[in-house]
Design a protein around this ligand. Structure first.
Ligand SMILES: Nc1ncnc2c1ncn2[C@@H]1O[C@H](COP(=O)(O)OP(=O)(O)OP(=O)(O)O)[C@@H](O)[C@H]1O
Length: 232
């Protein structure tokens, strides 16, 4: 069990600690006959960030999909503000901003149209695009933008007002240049100061305080106790 904030003590079951957003306990996921992780536990408090670590194929995206309710085949307990899944999914989704690997950018639309699709006004969309360095590209089709610029279109959602409480970001730093990484880290820091929570994956170091980490390699089945041995 990993506790993510000294202000908010961890809980493994029952009502969560004050300020707890996500509380996970005894979580196990298997795909294609392989246990990706087992008995995983952590709490994510308001104002705290958690980086999920693990090698390629370790199960980070699977964990994220499970937490946002896109995958229901798991064992264990997941709670949003004290209420268990699946009952809590509607409330959790109402407070969720998720940016996945594919980033949710529609390539046939412009950056401005993409943000409008997410409900942003023209003024707020322009401010967000300016914040991510896309001023002057607002009317260019996303299919004509670079990989890093498309990533910035996706991340512009983090700069809109009335941002949801919980940010779940799968590899948000991928394809960003150094200035883009610094800007995003600052924006994530502002979200934490406002009392938001962030759960992210990243193969790159993330400069964010406070940042707790959970490594999926630490939640592997105990093969010795199962009597399993591997050749070689
Ligand atoms: N729906 C599925 N059906 C079968 N196998 C799956 C499914 N989803 C994921 N897997 C497998 O589970 C493993 C973990 O995948 P996942 O995408 O969660 O890894 P990851 O840690 O995010 O990897 P990366 O760092 O490369 O993005 C992979 O071996 C993948 O093939």
């Amino acid at each position: 069990m990993v506790s993510l904030s000294s202000e908010y003590p961890q809980k493994t079951s029952g009502a969560p600690a004050a300020g707890s957003l996500l509380a996970v306990s005894g979580l196990s996921c298997e795909r294609d006959g392989r246990i990706l992780f087992c008995d995983l536990g952590f709490t994510l408090a308001a104002g705290a960030a958690l980086q999920v670590e693990g090698a390629n194929g370790a199960g980070k995206s699977t964990l994220i999909r499970t937490l946002i309710g896109s995958a229901s085949d798991f064992d264990g307990d997941i709670r949003w503000r004290g209420e268990s899944y699946p009952r809590a999914l509607t409330a959790m989704r109402a407070s969720l901003l998720y940016i996945g690997h594919n980033a949710g950018v529609r390539r046939g639309l412009t950056p401005l149209e993409n943000l409008a699709w997410y409900g942003a006004s023209g003024e707020h969309a322009m401010q967000a695009l300016e914040a991510v360095g896309l001023y002057g590209f607002e009317d260019v089709l996303c299919q004509q933008l670079s990989a890093g610029q498309n990533r910035r279109v996706a991340l512009a959602r983090l700069y809109l007002p009335s941002s949801p409480l919980l940010w779940v970001l799968d590899e948000p730093l991928a394809a960003l240049d150094v200035a883009g990484v610094t800007s995003l880290e600052a924006q994530m820091g502002r979200h934490l100061k406002r009392g938001g929570g962030i759960l992210l994956t990243s193969h790159q170091p993330v400069n964010l305080m406070p940042l707790a980490k959970v490594n999926l390699a630490d939640f592997q089945p105990d093969t010795e106790s199962l009597g399993i041995t591997y050749a070689g």
